[in-house]
Design a protein around this ligand. Structure first.
Ligand code: ATP
Ligand code: MG
Length: 486
């Protein structure tokens, strides 16, 4: 879909045909016209204020002595006026390279952003992002625009779960994407024993160790969910280790049926140590090969990450009617797989990891832990985790106030360095203001935002009101209104 890529805002491809160049120029003209249209109309009283000069120093007589004022194009608002009328938005722009998201409605200029460039420029201390807003306010659209345009700049995007299957079209439009559909009767598989890609620098012995550890972590997490958080006793833990070691040695692509077999019928020397301790683990794991979880995690993965892939989507729409614990187990396995793939240190790829409908995923404590790990390890792994949720009340589904799980989720929100706040209901704003550090003016603003508009808070002290700009091509791919309209 080079046509779509050619229309990505603010991006000039290394090679482009005449038609593509023409399309790009036309798009840029359209964007500039939109930016001009978005300009606030001047307010005469405030505009009578002393203007900043554009010389090396300000004018002493007007009391503007100090560092030089920016040289503003004629259609832009003056900074004194901006500073008085809208102090919380009195910004000179981020000045970093990035994907164009939309229009900064105060300056009328284009607003662009890249989580890693923001960090390099010192605007933020990390790369995690949060997007929060009421139903239908434009969260997914904003994220799709940001993601698609970051991909055009060479970043990569993984959607950890896509309960409405709305990112599938985006991935298809961008091309070079991996889409795996998980659910009863669906073709996608994520092998619970998949150890992810082998690091380039690992020899056979090191890789056997890494694969063993990864499988052990995933299977232990799944067992804990299958057994209602019961911990493995020392005999069970040893039985699991021996069985995993056996399947890793005897099969190049081990699957859970082989693990169940090794747990039920351990070799004689293993049986001398652990007796029948593996049998109950085997019975718990049978749920992955029979019953409600069969046919999703019990065969070699169809999810394969090719280095040339630019986007990856786990389509989880078929899991919608599954039980909460089935959903949680699926999320544990797919998240573990994604983590192994993305934190390959030898790769130079930077991934934005989108947790769409995060409120649903956060009902499971393991998933919250995995999200938290991603936020903590973001710098190490070269990732930018994006959590999308509706409002602070989403946390009520996670646990009572002051429960550890809820506090962890709250921490995920407050740790985000880029906070994209779409319209909020008034009653939720006071608490949200505390969590996200909103000023009084920002609290007033977030209840008035229109569809497609958001307050972007960057790092500790920068804020912008941005209207996400989507082109006609984007609209055809991003739109979610058809089903809403009935
Ligand atoms: N920036 C925008 N420009 C134009 N239209 C927009 C914009 N943002 C959103 N819309 C319109 O609003 C619809 C809903 O947007 P979107 O699906 O992004 O909302 P949402 O906040 O993700 O909703 P939900 O809470 O249901 O997931 C879109 O299909 C589109 O028609
Ligand atoms: Mg959405």
């Amino acid at each position: 879909m080079s046509e779509t890529t050619g229309q990505i805002l603010g991006v000039r491809p290394a090679r482009e045909s005449r038609t593509q160049r023409k399309a790009r120029k036309n798009l840029e003209r359209l964007v500039r016209a939109e930016a001009r249209a978005a300009m606030p109309t001047p307010e005469p009283v405030l505009d009578d204020m002393p203007r900043a000069t554009t010389g090396r120093w300000g004018s002493q007589s007007l009391g503007l002595w100090g560092p030089p004022a920016p040289s503003l194009p004629s259609h832009r608002i003056t900074s004194p006026r901006l500073g008085v009328a809208t102090p919380f938005l009195a910004e000179s722009g981020l000045g970093v390279r990035g994907a164009v998201v939309g229009i900064d409605e105060e300056s009328g200029g284009l607003f662009s952003l890249d989580p890693w460039e923001l960090y390099r420029a010192g605007h933020t201390t990390g790369t995690s992002l949060l997007c929060i807003g009421n139903v239908g306010t434009g969260k997914s659209t904003t994220n799709k625009a940001l993601a698609a345009r970051l991909v055009a700049l060479g970043r990569k995007v993984a959607v950890a779960s896509d309960p409405k299957a709305e990112w599938v079209r985006v991935a298809q439009a961008l091309g070079a994407a991996g889409i795996v559909e998980i659910g009863p009767g669906r073709p996608g598989r994520v092998n619970v024993l998949d150890a992810g890609p082998r690091p380039h620098d690992a020899d056979d012995a090191a890789w056997a160790q890494i694969a063993f550890q990864r499988r052990r972590t995933t299977v232990a997490a799944v067992l804990s969910q299958l057994r209602g958080a019961a911990q493995l006793d020392p005999f069970e833990a040893t039985a699991l280790d021996l069985a995993l070691e056996h399947v890793g040695r005897t099969s190049s692509v081990p699957v859970v049926a082989a693990l169940i077999q090794a747990l039920l019928a351990p070799a004689d020397d293993a049986r001398k140590i652990v007796g029948d301790a593996g049998a109950s683990l085997a019975l718990s794991l049978r749920r992955l090969t029979m019953g409600d979880l069969a046919g999703m995690f019990d065969a070699p993965s169809t999810a394969v990450l090719d280095p040339s892939m630019r986007m990856f989507v786990f389509d989880t729409s078929a899991l919608l009617s599954s039980s909460a614990d089935a959903l949680a187990i699926a999320s544990t396995i797919t998240s573990a797989w994604l983590n192994y793939v993305i934190h390959d240190k030898s790769s130079r790829d930077f991934w934005m990891i989108v947790q769409e409908e995060g409120w649903s995923a956060m009902r499971d404590p393991k998933t919250v832990e995995q999200m938290d790990e991603r936020v903590r390890m973001a710098g190490e792994w070269g990732i930018a985790p994006m959590l999308i949720m509706h409002e602070l009340k989403d946390l009520d589904m996670i646990g009572p106030p002051d429960s550890p799980q809820r506090n962890q989720a709250l921490g995920l929100m407050s740790k985000a360095q880029v906070k994209i706040i779409h319209r909020q209901s008034r009653e939720t704003v006071p608490d949200l203001a505390v969590t996200l550090g909103l000023t009084e003016r920002e609290q007033e603003l977030v209840v008035r935002l229109r569809q497609g508009q958001a307050l972007w808070k960057i790092g500790a002290d920068k804020a912008f009101r941005v209207r996400t700009l989507i082109t006609d091509v984007d609209r055809a791919v991003f739109d979610t209104s058809a089903r809403r309209a009935g």
